[in-house]
Design a protein around this ligand. Structure first.
Ligand SMILES: O=P(O)(O)OC[C@H]1O[C@H](OP(=O)(O)OP(=O)(O)O)[C@H](O)[C@@H]1O
Ligand SMILES: Nc1ncnc2[nH]cnc12
Length: 181
């Protein structure tokens, strides 16, 4: 699928939902992307192609939507996948490396952590996520990757909603901008 066809499919399968009274914002509904065989098949290769020069050795993504998108990209790159957890629930019973994020798009200050043994010195980690707004979670994940002795090479996202400054700082590359949805 060409990149312009994928853009069209992403826009067509996306919905803004109104959760009703007591909730001031429309909420994004990405379920149409996962439900579409053509989008699901195209996403991994398209996101992997955003960093053609970087030869990542591993993909790292935060729960929960990152656990859908990250493995698609890892398969396209023929590398492995590392889950990043958000702190405060279900502890992982082994050594973890954590970093605290700045307030994210919901105003939360999350801790993000990975199993320390799953990232190694020499790893070149591509951070993959569905949507980047403030960049807070992506930045914290980059700190985790660095603390493990690996190198964060950038962030590949389906939707980019961050400022140009954040995109430059974190090397965010995206398939579409939020304004297109
Ligand atoms: O750039 P930021 O402001 O840090 O926001 C980006 C993060 O927010 C979303 O996760 P969220 O925890 O909201 O939802 P999810 O659990 O559905 O992935 C998205 O999946 C990114 O991980
Ligand atoms: N899934 C999402 N929907 C809307 N805004 C977001 N910002 C970060 N993730 C988002």
């Amino acid at each position: 699928m060409s990149s312009s066809d994928l853009t069209t499919e992403l826009i067509g399968a996306f919905r803004w939902n109104d959760p009703g009274q007591d909730f001031p914002h429309l909420v994004s509904d990405l379920s149409g992307w996962w439900r579409s065989p053509t989008v699901l098949r195209a996403l991994g290769p398209a996101l992997a192609a955003l960093f053609p020069e970087e030869a990542p050795t591993v993909v790292v993504s935060p729960e929960v939507t990152g656990f859908i998108v990250g493995p698609l990209v890892a398969m396209a790159l023929e590398v492995g996948f590392v889950e990043a957890y958000k702190g405060g629930h279900s502890p992982v019973a082994e050594p973890m490396t954590w970093a605290q994020a700045a307030p994210d798009h919901k105003g939360r200050r999350l801790s993000l952590g990975v199993r320390t043994r799953q990232l190694r010195p020499g790893d070149r980690a591509l951070i993959v996520d569905d949507w980047i707004t403030t960049g807070a979670q992506s930045r914290a994940l980059g700190e985790v990757v660095t603390a493990c002795g690996a190198v964060p090479i950038g962030t590949a996202a389906i939707v980019g909603e961050c400022s140009a400054e954040v995109a430059a700082e974190l090397r965010v590359r995206s398939l579409i901008r939020a304004e297109q949805l």
